[in-house]
Design a binder for this molecule. Structure first.
Ligand code: PDD
Length: 286
């Protein structure tokens, strides 16, 4: 069934949605995005995503075509028009479509930013991968140096997913200077005893909205949190490993580069964090 999507101020059927071939998102990957999960027809942590979006736009000196209040209304309207119970809303803002291809940024007064949103149906709370855990391989992190900005330059993460697939694994963790940065589209964690270890925030990783909530919940549950880098060897030797993102929530990792983690089954800490994260998200979703 055709979705209703949002493009530059209009709600329309997905097959009628149009963006210019001169759009800088298309020509230059000059755009930012957010993925907000939907549970029970409500938005999970909309504020966190809106704040990160504002920051991404500011870092790139890009104008927002809507206010954050309008953005909330558009998200809600899309949920309603598409009867979305569970899944996500993809949002993309680009530096718009100037009259021709040019490396220099266009004047925002004459070239407004483009905005696109669409819904995606996905089984989030009962995803089978959460029961079995996933396998990851390690790959070199070859992305640009501003990974804290959520841009649509996703070619290397896509290549990483394909490298994982070719190796018979589910995903890849990226490594820079010997230490894990993050997953191709998620943040990466290991667990030792009751201590959760994940890389500290910097320009090297995306500041995950799920990461922030999960670390807060872990501390509230009297778990210890250490924000520092770790190696693949340390991860292979850990009791548990897991990833977080808006599309996976907390998902256990059971093997890294073919080495089994812990018992080879999803760990108790990861499963407990997943449970409390989903519980809180349902309770607080708007
Ligand atoms: N990805 N790190 C990277 C590189 C990501 O692309 C993502 C999210 C995360 C987790 O961020 P959050 O918890 O805010 O979703 C970390 C989204 C889901 C995507 O690209 O589809």
């Amino acid at each position: 069934m055709s979705r209703t999507v949002y493009v530059n101020g209009e709600y329309c059927a997905e097959e009628d949605a149009k963006i210019s071939i001169f759009d800088r998102g298309f020509l230059m990957a000059d755009g930012v995005y957010e993925v907000t999960s939907v549970l029970d027809g409500k938005l999970v942590d909309f504020d966190g995503h809106a704040k990160r979006l504002e920051r991404s736009l500011k870092e790139l000196d890009m104008a927002s075509p809507v206010t954050m209040d309008e953005l909330l209304e558009i998200h809600r309207e899309l949920v309603k028009r598409n009867d979305l119970e569970e899944g996500g809303i993809y949002l993309q803002i680009t530096r718009g479509a100037p009259a021709d291809r040019d490396f220099a940024f266009p004047d925002p007064a004459t070239t407004p930013s483009s905005i696109v949103l669409f819904t995606q149906v996905k089984n989030l709370a009962n995803a089978p991968a959460a029961q079995t855990g996933i396998s990851v391989i390690s790959i070199e992190d070859q992305r640009w140096a501003r990974r804290d900005i959520k841009t649509v330059q996703l070619l290397y993460p896509s290549m990483g997913k394909m490298m994982a697939k070719a190796a018979g694994a589910d995903d890849a963790w990226m490594v820079e200077d010997g230490q894990v940065t993050e997953g191709t589209s998620n943040n990466a964690y290991i667990v030792k005893g009751r201590k959760i270890i994940t890389r500290q925030l910097s320009n090297d990783i995306l500041h995950g909205i799920t990461r922030a909530a999960v670390l807060r919940l872990a501390k509230e549950a009297q778990m210890e949190v250490e924000e520092r880098g770790f190696t693949i060897e340390e991860a292979q030797d850990a009791d548990e490993a897991f990833i977080t993102s808006a599309t996976t929530f907390v998902q256990p990792v059971v093997s890294i580069d073919g080495e089994t983690i812990g018992t080879g089954k999803p760990g108790n800490i990861a499963l407990r964090l997943r449970e409390i994260y989903i519980e809180e998200s349902r309770a607080k979703a708007i």
